[in-house]
Design a protein. Structure first.
Length: 226
């Protein structure tokens, strides 16, 4: 039995916060796959390419080199030798990432990279299709969700705490838009794998969710405790 944990769910459900803490506690490596889609979206956007231009996307994909490295335990995304970990977090890149993630060639390219990373060492990987497509054999599969209003409030709090001037109605609209696009795309849509455990975080604290996932993991494979 492997020591892989797959965490999927919609935007703003708390996946990265939770996955990072679970990885820390269990001594696993955290892999944020959303960052990879964001990296491709950033590259294409800077070239003036839109998600409805499949031919240009295919040509440009060949010029992209993506690397994942860790600095002080934090995942860094290196796009053609430049650390883009900050610029991929802009709201327009969130939107673009969801759009470029519908392109089969983009997904195929990242699928390889994701599986290579998981083959190197045990991971907690988060995304939209990790349990259903990327790591179908993962020992633990969690589908993390929360009410859309709660997700919008959390994102609002996070951004205003960073000093950003944002409107909660815009955040809510953006989340709904991404949910729709991520769930309805033809290739590897956001979905709860058959054997995934649903965790609704709407009224749970971060520590409660982390504790629940660690318990599930150690029950499934006592090796997680070691
Ligand atoms: O998790 P995130 O918000 O950083 O992801 C950005 C977008 O990337 C998301 O809206 C959909 C896409 N994505 C995906 O399609 N599959 C994944 N495994 C991870 C992200």
């Amino acid at each position: 039995m492997n020591k892989e944990i797959a965490i999927d769910g919609p935007a703003g459900a708390g996946k990265s916060t939770i996955a990072k803490k679970v990885a820390e506690k269990l001594g696993l490596v955290y892999v944020d796959t959303g960052a990879m889609f964001r990296g491709i979206a950033l590259y294409m956007t800077e070239k003036g390419i839109e998600a409805n231009e499949p031919d240009r996307i295919k040509t440009e994909l060949e010029k992209i080199k993506l690397d994942i490295v860790y600095e002080d335990g934090e995942q860094q995304l290196i796009l053609n030798d430049e650390n883009v970990s900050k610029s991929i977090r802009k709201p327009e890149i969130s939107k673009a990432a969801s759009a470029f993630a519908t392109i089969p060639e983009v997904r195929a390219r990242l699928l390889n990279l994701q599986r290579e990373l998981a083959a190197k060492r045990p991971v907690v990987m988060d995304g939209r299709d990790i349990g259903s497509k990327v790591l179908p054999e993962a020992t633990v599969k969690i589908f993390l969700t929360a009410d859309v209003k709660v997700r919008a409030e959390r994102r609002y709090k996070e951004l205003t705490e960073k000093g950003e001037n944002v409107d909660i109605a815009d955040i809510m609209a953006d989340i709904k838009n991404r949910d729709e696009q991520d769930t309805k795309r033809a290739v590897s849509p956001l979905t709860q794998a058959e054997d995934a455990i649903l965790v609704d975080t709407s009224s749970l604290s971060i520590d409660e969710v982390v504790g629940a996932i660690i318990k599930i993991a150690c029950e499934k494979n006592p090796e997680f405790n070691k």
